[in-house]
Structures are given as structure tokens and as C-alpha cells.
Design a protein around this ligand. Structure first.
Ligand SMILES: [Zn+2]
Length: 467
């Protein structure tokens, strides 16, 4: 039983199909969602994975058996479930998705009505325990007739909202200038479903790659961070002579940017662009950033007259902090971007619409927009190390550097600031990994020195190996 239910992570449910994620689990989850969350009406959807339809049928059966009405919005992105749960009177939403993970994996992301997140502390572990009990009671439950599924679509409303909110729908081509040319790489995930409806209303020229959702993933899983996928998108941008490239993961809750030369733009610097853009609309607003890298964000937010607020890494923490602060926007370097006006949820569509609008309006290239910020605050990117005893190593590193630090907090791991550089070292929520992020003030050599120094220390003290 425990091997099955190790699929309940801190924020979602994930694992191999069918060993871990399978129809009996989905059916039990459906029942538990109704019993634990008290949802009478539940909206469900799925990504392109081949295991999706079977899991959908089992999930719907469990929801129905426990007395809930089930509305299926079919193949979609996670944020379409957020949109439905935020704007319609559903008591819960369940997205069946393996996101960027290998093709033989799948999982579930859950929200309450109003698109309120459910994480370990706020109900996910209670759901897990109920699912375990249901599976133990009737591990070989008799098959039952399929549940009645009410099919619905909110896509037209959602697309209209994206166009209106981002302002991209109202953009007009600048006279005498060529329209922005964008490579859109959906990676055979679900992004293409929404892109095809968006494109006709946008004043951009698109070069499309792998727009058709295909759970066989003929060119590999839709994980834009894999080196081979990055290379493919970058090459497409160069080949097309495009102004920028955008790639999405399988359930398109994250998007990734390339400049006109095919250079990957670190998520960190996209936060600065989006913060600027949101503060232009909401002067004096608050922006939440997480503890990994933030000097640039803080700088940009202050310069734009906004209020920077530190949060904790992880979507449930970020959303909670944004709600508490009524923050207009929150950004994580991992390409999760949260918007107050999107029920504090993350979207992989709004960020690129906002960035493309900014590029078009400013007349500057994406590379130009971020170049100054990248030079002002170079960062190491997230570096992972597999270690034996993460807490002990964190303490050793903390004890070495803390005495000379100008600022320290322990909101999320070890966070230390010095005059010209800072770092954050934290443990993964789910794996025996340490994650290191370093940044400096306009000093790439110092950044590289300090990064190497900390990695050397980890290796020396704990036999850390690259992960
Ligand atoms: Zn995703």
C-alpha cells in the first residue's frame, strides 16, 4: 500500500502507469475528493497522455459513486481547470496530467472551488489517507457501469480572457515595422489546443512546431528543459529568423523563452519583465518572489514603484502569500508565474502574451530587454547535488558562511547575503537533493568563484555528486 501511495507528493500526485497510477487509484481518489473536500460538483480534464482516458473514466466513476456531478472539459491545460474552478460553481477541480514527466507516468493536480490549492498540509494528505482506506476496503472492487459525464468547454471564455487581460488582443501592428515573428513549440503537449484559438486574434506571425497533442510523444516528452528539446526549439528560432521562441511543457503551466539567436532566457529574468509589466498596470502593487534568486526582482520592483515581498518556493506557498498580501503577481525562477487576476494561479499562457506584447510595444528585442538585468545580476542557475545527509550538509555550509553574512533568514533553507553576492541552499521536497542558487552584483567572476567554492565544500564534506 505504501508503495502505491508514495505517489502523493507535497503538491500533487504522480507516478508510473499502471504500477502506481491506475484506474483503481483514480476511482478511489474520485470518492475521496467528494468525501474529504465535500465537493458536490467537480470539473475534470486531462493532458495528452495515452493513459488519460482510462484514468478519466475511473476518476469520474469514483466521483459519481460518491454523489458528485462530473463535468469533463476533455483534453486541456492545467490552467483551464483553474479557470473553470475559479469562474464556475465547482466544488473541486482535478487535472489528470504527467506534466513534463516521461510518457509512462501520469498524475493528478487538484484544487478546491475558487481554484484554491490543495497541498500536503491543506488536504492532500487527508485525501491520501482516505484513498488508502478505500483501496484497503475494496481492493478488487467490482466493475461498475460508466459514470454519466457532462461534457463542457470553457475554452472560448478563457481564450477571450487571456487576450483581454494580456492586452495582446488589442495590440495593433506598428506601422512600418514587421510583425513580431514567434516560434511556438508545443512539443506535442496540450498548448497547441489553446494556441490555435489565440493565434488568429494576435498581431504576430507564428512558426508552429509540434502543435498536435500526441501522447506517443514521437519527438520525446514535452519537457522544454531537456537539452535535446532546448536545442530543437533554439534551432527552429534561428532557422525561421524569428524574433523569439516560446516552448511549453505538457500541461502548459510553464512556458520558456528564447531570444532571436536561440539563447534560452533564464526564468529568473522573465520574472523581472513580468513584474515590470504588471506594475505598469497596478502602480504600487506587491510582487512576491521566492528565496532562490531575487536581487534582480527586488531591484526591478522597487524601481517600478512596487513592493517586493519574499515568499517560499512552491506553488501552494506562493499562492498563499500572494493572497495574504493581495499581491498582483508572483514569480518563481522555475517558470511558474502567478497572477492575482487569475485567482492567484499560475499560467503558461499569460507570461508569453505579456512578454510578446512588451517586446512589440517597446521596439526592443527580447535579448535587449533582459541583457542589462543579466549583466547586473548574473546567476548560477539551479544546481542540484545528490547527497547522503542533506540537513547536516546544510548546517555545515551555513556555519561556514553565516559569521560574515550581512543578512540571513531561514524561511526556506540557508539564505545568506553578502555585499556583492548571495546564495540559497535548500533541500528538495521529494528527493535526497540539495539545490544551490548563487547570484552576484554584476560580477560574473565572483559568481563563478563562490559557486565553485560551495560545490567544492559540499563534495568534500558529504561526497555530493551531480544530480
Ligand atoms: Zn506542467
Amino acid at each position: 500500500m505504501s508503495s502505491t501511495l508514495s505517489c502523493f507528493k507535497a503538491y500533487d500526485i504522480r507516478g508510473r502507469v499502471p504500477g502506481v497510477i491506475n484506474a483503481p487509484l483514480a476511482r478511489a481518489l474520485g470518492r475521496a475528493v467528494v468525501e474529504i473536500l465535500g465537493a458536490k460538483s467537480v470539473v475534470i480534464g486531462r493532458d495528452a497522455r495515452l493513459s488519460g482516458p482510462e484514468l478519466r473514466d475511473a476518476l469520474a466513476l469514483g466521483l459519481h459513486e460518491a454523489g458528485a456531478q462530473v463535468t469533463d472539459i476533455g483534453m486541456c491545460g492545467t490552467e483551464e481547470i483553474y479557470y473553470a474552478a475559479a469562474n464556475q460553481p465547482f466544488g473541486a477541480g482535478v487535472m489528470i496530467t504527467g506534466s513534463h514527466n516521461p510518457a509512462d507516468e501520469n498524475g493528478f493536480k487538484l484544487v478546491r472551488g475558487g481554484a484554491i490549492p490543495i497541498s500536503g498540509d491543506s488536504g492532500l494528505f487527508a485525501l491520501r489517507d482516505r484513498v488508502a482506506a478505500i483501496l484497503a476496503e475494496n481492493g478488487s472492487a467490482a466493475s461498475a457501469p460508466a459514470a454519466p459525464l457532462h461534457q463542457a468547454s470553457f475554452r472560448a471564455d478563457y481564450v477571450a480572457w487571456l487576450l483581454q487581460y494580456s492586452g495582446a488582443g488589442q495590440l495593433v501592428p506598428v506601422a512600418g515595422r514587421k510583425p513580431l515573428k514567434i516560434v511556438a513549440d508545443a512539443g506535442n503537449g496540450c498548448a497547441g489546443l489553446v494556441l490555435k484559438d489565440l493565434m488568429s486574434s494576435l498581431p504576430f506571425e507564428f512558426v508552429c512546431r509540434q502543435m498536435q497533442p500526441d501522447g506517443n510523444f514521437p519527438d520525446g516528452v514535452p519537457n522544454p528543459l531537456l537539452p535535446e528539446r532546448r536545442a530543437a526549439t533554439a534551432a527552429a528560432v534561428r532557422e525561421a529568423g524569428a524574433d523569439m521562441g516560446v516552448a511549453w511543457d505538457g500541461d502548459f503551466d510553464r512556458c520558456f523563452f528564447y531570444d532571436a539567436e536561440g539563447n534560452f532566457i533564464e526564468g529568473y529574468y522573465c520574472i523581472g519583465l513580468l513584474a515590470q509589466e504588471l506594475l505598469r498596470r497596478v502602480p504600487g502593487g506587491k510582487v512576491v518572489y521566492d528565496t532562490r534568486v531575487y536581487w534582480n526582482t527586488r531591484d526591478v520592483v522597487l524601481a517600478a514603484g512596487g513592493q517586493p515581498v519574499m515568499g517560499k518556493t512552491g506553488h501552494a506557498f506562493m499562492k498563499e502569500r500572494m493572497r495574504a498580501e493581495d499581491a498582483v503577481y508572483g514569480g518563481e525562477m522555475s517558470a511558474h508565474h502567478y497572477f492575482r487576476d487569475f485567482a492567484y494561479c499560475d499560467s503558461g499562457m499569460l507570461p508569453w502574451l505579456l512578454v510578446a506584447s512588451l517586446v512589440q510595444r517597446s521596439g526592443k528585442s527580447l535579448a535587449e530587454l533582459v541583457a542589462e538585468r543579466m549583466a547586473a545580476y548574473p546567476c548560477s542557475g539551479e544546481i542540484n547535488r545528490r547527497v547522503q545527509d542533506a540537513p547536516a550538509l546544510m548546517k555545515l555550509v551555513r556555519d561556514k558562511y553565516a559569521p560574515t553574512a550581512l543578512y540571513e533568514d531561514s524561511l526556506d533553507g540557508v539564505n545568506l547575503e553578502f555585499a556583492q553576492w548571495r546564495f540559497n541552499l535548500r533541500m528538495s521536497n521529494t528527493e535526497p537533493l540539495l539545490r544551490l542558487n548563487v547570484e552576484s552584483r554584476a560580477d560574473r567572476a565572483l559568481l563563478e568563484d563562490k559557486t565553485a567554492e560551495i560545490l567544492g565544500l559540499l563534495e568534500e564534506m558529504g561526497g555530493a555528486v551531480p544530480a
